[in-house]
Design a protein around this ligand. Structure first.
Ligand code: COA
Length: 430
């Protein structure tokens, strides 16, 4: 991809209100929304805006990180197909790739892995503040609080113009996300926190911090976890990443910008979907009830969670890889009985006109929850797992944003539809 805008032609627009014609450059298949401001009916007219409430057709940045073709079901990180990365790479190698743009050399990777595991430990005061949460507090709420806490513990991260400070915060974010997640998990269970062990790799540490230092880690489960994290590592300008970029554009510190991503991910239409899938599968209970549930979906009484995607109008390539990983995990843990319900749901949906016409296919969340459950991770922790996986994407996108010369503070416009000017009425007169 060229780093400079490619001029492809021009767009001629005639404004029927004035009869005036304008010519706008088309670069990279887009027109600049601000160019449209030249289209005015009078000198004091603000100029033409575009209306795009969910950013359905707005490129918010130029990015060299992730390529996604939703119609073809293609996902690449820095040009490398997700299938190859899931088959051959590791999560931390992918994290380096996303951040730096190239695969690391063996020496770079070794140094990076060491830096990350060394930084997994989290300050004791974060653990103390987690103790103040209710036992049943949602771990995503605790994760948000933990990252808010980190932003106060690393005031130097405010220096977003400093390359070394940026890299410190990036490494800390990837390293400490699972540790705070594990602290939340242990707190929910009324168990003591398990400190990370710098002699172990990242994914083994995650399982040990979750389940206890004595937990026997099966390497097949570690690999499955690593693959899940790779699949979640980035997905271009999704809701949480856009939140990280928008909040980061205020030049707030990295931890606070990442916190915006955690908050966005918490929502059921984004990261909360894999949790919602498991709740849905449990409610359906057995493959015999699939057809009744489908009737509810079609009569708009329910959503088929884990299906549909803003960008993919084809099989989500990550769903295919996860389906494969399910087999490896179930070989170790035994088959999750809800798998049968999921498979029946998928088959029914893919053969149903309602889903075919709307191009609704399984997304990454449809099967990931089943694996997490098989690993012994409870549903309320699923979104935390997503956050651990997405951390490298958030920081890579944040870094790209902060270095982008086109970037200013994010500040959309609105179409005002409220009342015109009116006089205040005293409360006694209302
Ligand atoms: C992901 C999602 C938010 C994308 O939303 P979107 O791009 O705004 O798509 P729309 O809501 O416009 O959907 C288009 C049509 O498909 C329907 N649809 C979309 N997802 C559906 C689902 N999961 N179950 C049933 N119908 C669905 C919509 O009702 C709409 O129908 P209509 O055109 O007759 O009104 C949406 O598909 C969804 O809610 N999925 C379930 C949650 C989920 O799995 N999220 C994880 C994403 S990784």
């Amino acid at each position: 991809m060229s780093t400079e805008p490619q001029v492809e032609g021009t767009l001629s627009v005639t404004d029927s209100r004035t009869g005036q014609t304008y010519e706008f450059p088309i670069t990279d298949g887009t027109v600049r929304a601000t160019d449209l401001r030249q289209i005015k009916t009078s000198d004091d007219d603000f100029g033409l805006m575009t209306y795009d409430p969910a950013f359905m057709n707005t490129a918010s940045c130029r990015s060299a990180i992730t390529y996604l073709d939703g119609d073809a079901g293609v996902l690449r990180y820095r040009g490398y197909p997700i299938e190859q990365l899931a088959a051959k790479s590791t999560f931390l190698e992918v994290a380096w790739l996303l951040i730096h743009g190239e695969l690391p050399t063996a020496k770079e990777l070794e140094g990076f892995e060491k830096q990350i595991v060394d930084r997994m430990v989290v300050q004791a005061e974060v653990g103390e503040s987690i103790k103040a949460f209710a036992r049943n507090a949602h771990p995503m709420g605790i994760l948000e609080a933990g990252f808010g806490h980190l932003s106060t513990l690393y005031p130097e991260a405010k220096q977003v113009e400093s390359g070394p400070e940026r890299m410190e915060a990036i490494i800390n974010t990837i390293a400490k996300m699972p540790t705070i997640g594990a602290m939340a998990f242990r707190h929910n269970q009324g168990k003591d926190i398990v400190a990370p062990d710098p002699s172990l790799d990242y994914s083994t540490n995650i399982l040990k911090m979750f389940f206890g230092a004595d937990y026997e880690v099966d390497p097949r489960l570690v690999r499955a976890l690593d693959i899940l994290l790779i699949l979640h590592a980035d997905h271009e300008q999704n809701c949480s990443t856009s939140a990280v970029r928008a909040v980061g554009s205020s030049q707030v510190d990295t931890y606070s910008a990442v916190n915006a991503g955690i908050a966005a991910l918490y929502g059921p239409l984004h990261g909360g979907a894999n949790e919602a899938v498991l709740v849905m599968l449990r409610e359906i209970g057995s493959a015999d009830n699939v057809s009744d549930f489908m009737d509810k979906v079609k009569s708009r009484e329910a959503l088929l969670m884990g299906f549909g995607h803003r960008v993919y109008k084809n099989y989500d390539p990550r769903a295919t890889i996860i389906k494969g990983a399910c087999d490896d995990v179930f070989e170790v843990t035994g088959v999750n009985p809800l798998l049968e319900v999921a498979v029946a749901l998928e088959a029914t949906a893919l053969a149903d006109d309602f889903f075919i016409q709307r191009k609704l296919y399984p997304n990454v969340d449809f099967y990931s929850g089943l694996i997490y459950e098989a690993l012994g991770i409870p549903t309320e922790m699923f979104t935390v797992m997503f956050a651990i996986g997405r951390a490298p994407g958030w920081v890579a996108q944040w870094l790209e944003m902060i270095q982008d010369k086109d970037q200013k503070i994010s500040r959309p416009r609105q179409i005002y539809i409220g009342s015109g000017e009116r006089d205040y009425v005293e409360v006694s007169a209302r």
